[in-house]
Design a protein around this ligand. Structure first.
Ligand code: AMP
Length: 204
C-alpha cells in the first residue's frame, strides 16, 4: 500500500507513521528524519537543509523532491511505503504523483491527522526527543519557531488537504486521543480507502 500521512507539526505523525507502517509491512519514510540524520552527519545535504530547518522554514522543493525520489527508488519501497512529512507543498505533491506515474504506481490513500491548533502548541512546547540517551527539546520546537512552523503549515501545506480531496484520495481522522485509539481509527480509514474507495462513504 502507498500512503501519505498528512497533518500539522505536533499531530503525532511520527509516532503513528511507525506503528501504521509496521502493521502495513511497509517502510515509514520521514523526510524530517532523513534531513535530521544528514544534519547530524554533516553531509552536503545536511548543510543545505540546516538553515531552513533551524528557522522552521521548508527546505526548497528541488532538494527535498530529489531526496525523496532517491529514497523511493530503494528496494524496500518498491512494494509500498508510508510517507511522513512529505509532500508539504502542492508542487511536491504534483512531482510525487508524476514520479510514481513514471514507475506505473499511484498513491492508494492520503490520511490526514486532524488536531486543533491550541492542542498543537501545547504538545510541541512540551515535546522532548531522545538524543544520545538524553531527553532534549528539538531546536525547532522552541516556542517562537513552533509558531512559525504552524504558520508555514497553514500557508504552504494545509492547501494539500483540498488538493488530495479533489484527487479522491483524502481521508481525515480525529487525531486526539490515546496513541492506540488513533492508530485504530487510522487502520479503519486505510482499510476503507484501500478496499472500498470507489463505493464512497456508507450512508449508515
Ligand atoms: P518534521 O520532522 O517533519 O517536522 O520536519 C522537520 C523540518 O524538516 C521541517 O520544519 C522542514 O524544515 C524540513 N522538512 C521536512 N520535510 C520537508 C518537506 N517535505 N519539504 C520541505 N522541508 C521539509
Amino acid at each position: 500500500m502507498r500512503v501519505v500521512l498528512l497533518g500539522p507539526p505536533g499531530a503525532g505523525k511520527g509516532t503513528q507513521a511507525q506503528v501504521i507502517a509496521d502493521r502495513l509491512g511497509v517502510p515509514a519514510i520521514s523526510t524530517g528524519d532523513i534531513f535530521r540524520a544528514n544534519v547530524n552527519g554533516k553531509t552536503e545535504l545536511g548543510l543545505q537543509a540546516k538553515s531552513y530547518m533551524d528557522a522552521g522554514d521548508l527546505v526548497p522543493d528541488e532538494i527535498t523532491v530529489a531526496m525523496v525520489k532517491d529514497r523511493l527508488a530503494e528496494d524496500d519501497a518498491k512494494g509500498g511505503f508510508l510517507l511522513d512529512g512529505f509532500p508539504r507543498t502542492t508542487a511536491q505533491a504534483e512531482q510525487l504523483r508524476d514520479s510514481l506515474h513514471e514507475l506505473g504506481q499511484a498513491l492508494d490513500c492520503v490520511l490526514e491527522l486532524v488536531v486543533d491548533e491550541d492542542e498543537l502548541v501545547r504538545r510541541l512546547s512540551g515535546r522532548r526527543v531522545l538524543v544520545d540517551g538524553q531527553w532534549v527539546q528539538r531546536d525547532d520546537d522552541k516556542p517562537e519557531t513552533v509558531r512559525h512552523r504552524l504558520q508555514v503549515y497553514r500557508e504552504q501545506t494545509a492547501p494539500l488537504s483540498g488538493w488530495y480531496d479533489s484527487e479522491g484520495l483524502l481521508t481525515q481522522i480525529d487525531a486526539i486521543g490515546a496513541v492506540e485509539e488513533v492508530t485504530q481509527r487510522a487502520m479503519s480509514a486505510l482499510e476503507a480507502c484501500g478496499g472500498a474507495r470507489s463505493d464512497g462513504p456508507s450512508a449508515g
